[in-house]
Write a protein that binds this ligand. Structure first.
Ligand SMILES: *Cc1c(COP(=O)(O)O)cnc(C)c1O
Length: 450
């Protein structure tokens, strides 16, 4: 019995659950998707909130430039570039034996400064927001100040009175830990069992306290929340519910809008933009997708990608049960090599806010991610971590559903010929060389087997 119903009755009401339970790669295009004008209100946030987050990041730019010299070339703005990946597109078409029209691009959050993953958006934003709130409230700072003054022993002593805690599978902990420690906060990261050793080592070298758990992400978050609640000086970064994380991610869209314009790429009804976003608990892809819908309206189509062993968001939105259901309820083990995606229960906030704004969801096996990792390196010379490859099959899943999804979305062959497909590459730059070599060796073996 699962939530009071036998498995067979779940299969009868929700046939795709059978494929998820069998760990088969599955695609579901969301019949409940609605026009932005109707559905954007579900989120409870507006473009003014995103603009406020963007302005806050601009205020911190002079601090970031000083504290993290690698951000100097972008004037203290943490942003990644977009690059076309035509060789990958060609090889994917051959591998999947499909005609993949339009042009394929990569968003390289894998190369974001400071923490080398998409978490350098939301995670760092939330730390900066909290720091600003404290400093303004205690008259340590005014909005008119040059925030470079925060790069000082005096500021570190001020923030040293306060604590930050977070539960993480690794990358969020890295962003919160590195940023929090640089400002002077006492940071504790509660790590799930799947977190890589090198991430724990790196955090400890920054003076962050790392607490390790034998269990998965949800337990690490719950433990972190419990400890933080007992301490009024401690701010808990709540990956499952945080509006600030979500807004930090959403700022990506206005930046992407400028990058696409600079590359002379049009986005409108006849030139659709498809974006493929790897999903863990949902905050990062949800926030980015919210920003994209504000920026591009109905011309952007957002599709989430999850591991076959951790399809929590697909399960939550498909059944409408959101965070009331977990993949473990159905005997799916939530064990995957895809760092950041090993989440068994999705964010209820994101699922409910975004369920009418997301075009679809699909799952990818670990073996498939590994072979795409090798294919990416062979075709484009880029090294990404396994989770960052989850977005790669998206272009093929979309093309495979001409009659269903594309017809429903009103996207005919001429529109698809004009389409831009953007793979959101969410991490990889900080993976140590020996670990990356092991990923590549494994990927090449799998690729050779077909
Ligand atoms: C965290 C993470 C994601 C997904 O973000 P969520 O907010 O957990 O959905 C995707 N890729 C990588 C590399 C990540 O670290």
């Amino acid at each position: 019995m699962i939530l009071g119903k036998p498995l067979e009755s779940w299969y009868a009401s929700y046939p795709l659950i059978r494929d998820l339970v069998a760990l088969q790669e599955t695609t579901w295009f969301n019949p409940g998707v609605a026009p932005v004008a109707q559905a954007i209100g579900d989120v409870g946030l507006t473009d003014a909130d995103v603009a406020d987050a963007s302005a806050r990041l601009a205020r911190f730019a002079s601090y970031l430039r000083r504290a993290f010299p690698e951000t100097a070339s972008s004037d203290g703005i943490i942003e990644s570039d977009i690059v076309p990946v035509p060789h990958l597109q060609q090889l994917l078409g051959e591998r999947y034996r499909q005609a993949l029209t339009g042009s394929l691009w990569l968003k390289r959050d894998s190369h974001l400064p400071i923490s080398g993953s998409i978490k350098a958006r939301g995670g760092i934003y939330e730390v900066l927001k909290h720091a600003e709130d404290l400093a303004l409230a205690e008259n340590f700072l005014t909005l008119e100040d040059d925030y470079a003054l925060l790069h000082s022993d005096k500021a570190r002593a001020f923030f040293g009175q306060y604590k930050i805690a977070v539960g993480s599978t690794g990358n969020l902990g890295m962003s919160i830990g590195i940023m929090g420690a640089a400002l002077g906060f006492q940071v504790t990261v509660h790590m799930s069992a799947d977190a890589r050793q090198w991430k724990k080592d790196k955090l400890r070298s920054h003076g962050v306290t790392v607490i390790e758990y034998a269990s998965d992400y949800s337990v690490a978050v719950a433990k972190g929340r419990e400890q933080a609640e007992a301490d009024p000086a401690c701010h808990f970064v709540d990956d499952e519910n945080s509006v600030n994380l979500f807004l930090g991610y959403a700022v990506a869209a206005e930046r992407l809008q400028q990058q696409l314009a600079a590359a002379r790429i049009t986005v409108d009804a006849q030139h659709p933009l498809f974006v493929y976003l790897p999903c863990g608990v949902g905050g990062a892809p949800g926030g980015v997708a919210f920003g994209l819908k504000l920026a591009f309206g109905d011309a952007v189509h957002c599709i989430f990608a999850e591991p076959t062993h951790s399809p929590c968001m697909m399960l939550g939105v498909y059944t409408g049960l959101h965070d009331e259901v977990s993949v473990q309820d159905f005997g799916i083990d939530n064990v995957t090599a895809a760092d950041g995606l090993a989440v068994g229960r999705a964010s209820g906030f994101v699922g409910k806010a975004m369920q009418r704004l997301l075009d679809g969801f699909y799952t990818v096996s670990d073996e498939h991610m590994y072979s795409l990792l090798a294919l990416m390196e062979r075709s484009e010379g880029m090294r990404l971590e396994p989770s960052a490859l989850a977005g790669v099959p998206g272009i093929a899943r979309v093309h495979a559903d001409q009659q269903g999804y594309l017809a429903r979305a009103g996207l005919d062959a001429p529109a698809m010929a004009n389409a831009t497909h953007l793979i959101w590459a969410t991490g990889g730059n900080m993976v140590p060389d020996d670990e990356m070599d092991a990923y590549l060796t494994k990927g090449r073996e799998l690729l050779a087997r077909g």
